[in-house]
Design a protein. Structure first.
Length: 320
């Protein structure tokens, strides 16, 4: 089953139609992969293991169905649009999800479509523009978008092993409050252990660059410093990117209701605390003792989330 090629000379409406068809193809491929995985699981697992797998898959599918694809796209588009020079495959790999993200192909193709749409709009603007400096800027922008498209094409054609070699695991930093307590650990200690596996999955999705159910808050939420969240079945982790591969984990919580009022109030309160210590965090990332302390905090977090498991985490397992 092959993806349809995008004709960059076509009308925007036709391009969007091709993208939509490719999304359907990608969805079909995922379904076939899931069927094969189920067959393999059923052949190697006993009855109780199968029941566990089915329950887990049902939970994941429910979450995936509820995730808003536009929220996910907007998260990646925000960084994608900021690239206006030095467009390379390596740079784009830093801002798109890992190929293990189940919507990797859909996201990359959608980013391509956004660049094609931008080129069309710039070309229409150029026809109406007489100022030479403005025309030069438009030309530079068109070249930039074309470079993005070419890099994304190259990424889609890359072998899986080559992509794994280029990408590496992200680092995490656990945000303290004003009294020095680690917020996410303090919050988790007030949440039932039955949710810990779900929270661990979200944290791992940040580390491995798949960003499960990711959503970036908009200015309408009065959160204007790039605050985002990863989402599972009722569970949420609030985070922000600090540099190209380091992410601050702010808090973990359960979203108990669809009402946005109490939920946003909680988020704003946690972000306000985070803002108050952000300068301290940025300085801490340059100090060896602070980095070591963060590693110890990560050990504590992982051991808390793995309380029902035998495995423990040693210093450096996550951020090395």
């Amino acid at each position: 089953m092959k993806f349809l090629k995008i004709d960059e000379e076509a009308e925007v409406s036709d391009i969007v139609k091709v993208i939509e068809d490719n999304v359907k193809i990608a969805s079909g491929v995922r379904s076939e992969i899931e069927k094969l995985q189920n067959i393999k699981q059923n052949a190697t697992s006993n009855t109780s293991d199968i029941d566990t797998v089915k329950t887990s898959m049902k939970s994941d599918n429910d979450c995936e169905d509820s995730d808003d694809f536009e929220d996910m796209i907007n998260y990646y588009l925000d960084d994608y649009k900021k690239y206006v020079d030095k467009i390379t495959v390596e740079n784009l790999l830093e801002i798109i999800p890992s190929r293990s993200n189940f919507r990797f192909f859909e996201i990359v193709m959608r980013l391509q479509a956004e660049s094609i749409k931008e080129i069309k709009e710039l070309e229409e603007l150029a026809v109406l523009e007489n100022d030479k400096d403005m025309l030069l800027d438009i030309k530079k922008s068109i070249i930039c978008e074309q470079e993005k498209i070419n890099c994304l094409k190259e990424i889609l054609e890359m072998d899986e092993d080559k992509i794994v070699d280029v990408k590496h695991k992200n680092k995490i930093y656990l945000v303290p409050n004003l009294s020095g307590k680690i917020m996410i650990i303090d919050d988790l200690e007030h949440i039932s252990m039955e949710y810990y596996d779900l929270f661990l999955e979200l944290i791992n999705s940040i580390i491995d660059n798949t960003f499960k159910g990711v959503k970036r808050f908009t200015n309408n939420s009065n959160l204007d410093i790039g605050i985002s969240e990863v989402r599972g079945n009722a569970v949420r982790i609030l985070f922000q990117r600090l540099d190209k591969d380091t992410y601050a984990l702010i808090t973990a919580f359960i979203k108990k209701t669809n009402s946005s009022h109490g939920y946003l109030d909680y988020v704003r309160n946690k972000v306000a605390i985070y803002k108050s210590v952000l300068d301290y965090i940025k300085e801490s990332l340059k100090i060896e003792d602070s980095i070591s302390e963060n590693e110890r905090n990560i050990d504590e977090l992982m051991n808390l989330l793995n309380r029902n498991n035998v495995k423990t985490y040693r210093k450096g397992d996550i951020n090395d």
